[in-house]
Design a protein around this ligand. Structure first.
Ligand SMILES: Cc1ncc(COP(=O)(O)O)c(C=O)c1O
Length: 406
């Protein structure tokens, strides 16, 4: 049984006050809070079980290595991957996508080859492709969303040409909450031999994911949004694509042998994991994903769908507030603007005085902001521990802000 009040007790920070008010944390799209089991795992990792991994022959090194490596299985289970060796550890989505850009894009793409991006993308799924545009003459083709923020999968499929090598698309927008039908895109892309990278930073937090069912080639997740430590994460890479990749960074665990004249690489996935990794961070991520799976991803999705519907109906009653991105295919992430408000930062500052934490700005998605004709929005983004009472507090704080601006 999904019991939100019980879940809230697992997150110590939720019982604190900010600015003399109970915390209403609605900035989960930026980073989620951590349950006590994750905090304990990180503390134990440093206090009792810390050593470097893969190198030592002593007790602590073996213990840390076993715990660290065991997380690959947890991530594989979480993503519905068949083989844990297809999981490459990263520090988050940004690193995962850069790994694909450098490790797969550089050796496999040439001048004139095309990459399709949607306008919904976060900069982390834009800038690494711009590197290839600037340095290798790769062409970026954009597919826009409609006025509700929805992305038509057919428009993405129609953009495929014989020169298309990659489609890089988010499964859930961090600005509008739009959920993208990536399965249809992957299906069509496969028929054309086009690779698909899915940015799962937001979707993996809010819905069950199965990479085999989606049929993608790369699926990136970021641990700190998944209730895990910052600088933890992973990217799932289909074996056939891994075989096409060169290492990205050099040093440490990615090496088999080095001489003055030659180098050989470790097997994947370690071939793509250079240097001392985020040992305790990854162990904490494993605990966070186990915690999510214990709650049940279907249950989390259903709870958050309830929050989305409740928030949508409440916000619809505020005729001076515009939700940016009203497509029904959306998760519990809302961007909004307000009549009479100066800048989104001002709204956020007033909400903060009421203990309500939201994000304001461009949300690392400037092409989307430009497409929507906006400089900035406020964004409320929900997590499994949020409640309808917190939606009410958000609305109260918004009413206060509106009164102040008026
Ligand atoms: C959709 C999306 N992609 C990528 C990222 C980048 O994630 P990270 O900074 O954890 O690498 C974010 C973070 O906000 C995001 O929301």
């Amino acid at each position: 049984m999904f019991d939100v009040l019980k879940i809230r007790q697992d997150f110590p920070i939720l019982s604190r006050e900010v600015n003399g008010k109970p915390l209403v944390y609605l900035d989960n799209g930026a980073s989620a809070q951590k349950p006590q089991v994750v905090i304990d795992a990180v503390t134990r990792g440093y206090a009792e079980e810390y050593a470097n991994v893969h190198r030592g022959l002593h007790y602590l090194s073996n213990l840390a290595t076993d715990k660290y490596e065991a997380v690959r299985d947890v991530i594989a289970r979480f993503l519905g991957a068949q083989d844990a060796q297809e999981i490459v550890y990263t520090t988050g989505t940004t690193m995962g996508i850069n790994l694909v850009s450098y490790g797969w894009g550089i050796p496999n793409l040439q001048a004139g080859d095309e990459i399709i991006l949607s306008v919904l993308e976060h900069h982390a799924n834009i800038v690494p492709w711009h590197f290839l545009r600037e340095r290798q003459g790769v062409v970026i083709k954009w597919v826009d969303c409609d006025a509700t923020g929805a992305l038509d999968p057919q428009a993405v499929i129609d953009a495929i040409t014989p020169k298309t090598k990659l489609i890089a698309v988010t499964q859930m927008s961090n600005v509008t909450g739009t959920v993208v039908d990536v399965k249809s895109i992957c299906h069509a892309a496969r028929e054309h031999g086009v690779a698909v990278l899915v940015d799962g930073s937001q979707a993996s937090v809010h819905m069950p994911v199965n990479v085999e069912d989606l049929g993608c080639d790369f699926y990136a997740i970021t641990g700190h949004k998944l209730y895990g430590p910052s600088a933890s994460g992973a990217i799932w890479i289909r074996k056939e694509r891994m075989a096409q990749m060169q290492p990205f960074m050099g040093g440490g665990d990615m090496i088999r042998e080095v001489s003055k004249d030659a180098i050989t690489w470790n097997d994947a996935p370690m071939k793509f994991e250079a240097g001392t990794p985020g040992i305790v961070q990854q162990i904490g991520l494993g605990v966070a994903l186990d915690y999510m799976m214990q709650q049940g991803m279907e249950n989390i999705a259903a709870h958050e769908a309830g929050l989305r519907d409740y928030a949508m109906s409440k916000l619809a009653g505020l005729n001076w507030l515009q939700v940016q991105g009203t497509t029904p295919d959306k998760g519990a992430i809302f961007s909004f603007t307000m009549d009479g408000a100066g800048h989104a930062h001002d709204i956020s500052t007033i909400l903060d005085k009421k203990g309500v934490a939201v994000r304001a700005g461009q949300h690392c998605a400037e092409p989307l902001m430009t497409h929507m004709g906006l400089n900035a929005t406020c964004r409320a983004s929900f997590a499994m521990y949020n409640t309808t009472e917190e939606v009410d507090k958000l609305v109260e704080a918004l009413e206060l802000a509106h009164d102040l601006f008026a």
